[in-house]
Design a protein around this ligand. Structure first.
Ligand code: APR
Length: 228
């Protein structure tokens, strides 16, 4: 059985990573939509850098939770028949042991050079404009997909949805496209669809089945069922 698991901020909530819309999406008084945009970066690059520098630094103080670990356990048994498509830019899936993870919205621990398009693993701050390791220019930006930009690897996502037998959506509000539309594509391709979320998401009614509660409980239970 081929599975595509879509994850959102809710899967990292029990690790202490704040979600976007539970805490009304504010960061230092900025709405996420006002900070995570190319226009905001052009207008006030240091504010945007500080937003991502703070979240990159915070990764050191959080750990994967039972939901991340359960998906890694499933991958161990399922191999290439499981693809995790995450909207999250944290590295908790990888630190839990998942290796087949597609970051639709990019990653905090990566920097993208606007001059040479080089990508570099990045741990520290980007504020202050450190030089690009490839070309030396000071054009590095967070390797994150902002509102109005095109999510990464969409062809690969739809290829996986096309051949999926099961699409499970974990910890996402269904508020942001294109991820919010994946359940409709999965259904159109003939997959069964399951939502695991704290509360019914905006797209909950599109799912064949929906279970509500903390991911740290629901995901391990579901993985135990799948592994039978
Ligand atoms: N367990 C399961 N679900 C949870 C938990 C939990 N412990 N805590 C919160 N949730 C659910 C909330 O009910 C909500 O439906 O997780 C969802 C989080 O929704 P959002 O904050 O909107 O996060 P997400 O869906 O990932 O946002 C999508 O929007 O801001 C952009 O690019 C950003 O990737 C993000 C995208």
């Amino acid at each position: 059985m081929r599975i595509v698991a879509l994850t959102g901020a809710g899967i990292s909530a029990e690790s202490g990573v704040p979600t976007f819309r539970d805490a009304d999406g504010l960061w230092e008084g900025h709405r996420v939509e006002d900070v995570a945009t190319p226009e905001a970066f052009e207008r006030q690059p240091d504010v945007v850098h500080r937003f991502y520098d703070a979240r990159r630094a915070a990764l050191a103080s959080v750990e994967p939770n039972a939901a991340h670990l359960a998906l890694a356990r499933l991958e161990e048994a399922w191999g290439d028949d499981l693809l995790v498509v995450t909207q999250n830019i944290d590295d908790l899936h990888e630190r839990a042991g998942s290796s087949r993870v597609l970051h639709l919205h990019g990653e905090l621990r990566s920097a993208l050079c606007r001059a040479c398009a080089g990508r570099h693993a990045w741990e520290g701050d980007l504020v202050g404009g450190p030089p690009c390791p490839s070309c030396g220019s000071r054009g590095l930006r967070p390797d994150v997909v902002w509102f109005g930009e095109v999510p990464y690897e969409m062809d690969r996502v739809f290829g996986a949805l096309d051949s999926a037998d099961l699409f499970v959506s974990i910890g996402t509000s269904g508020a942001v496209y294109p991820a919010a539309g994946f359940v409709l594509a999965a259904r159109a391709y003939g997959a069964r669809t399951l939502e695991l979320n704290l509360v019914p998401s905006e797209g909950s009614h599109h799912f064949h089945e929906a279970r509500h509660g903390p991911a740290g409980e629901l995901v391990p239970e579901w993985v135990d069922e799948v592994l039978g």
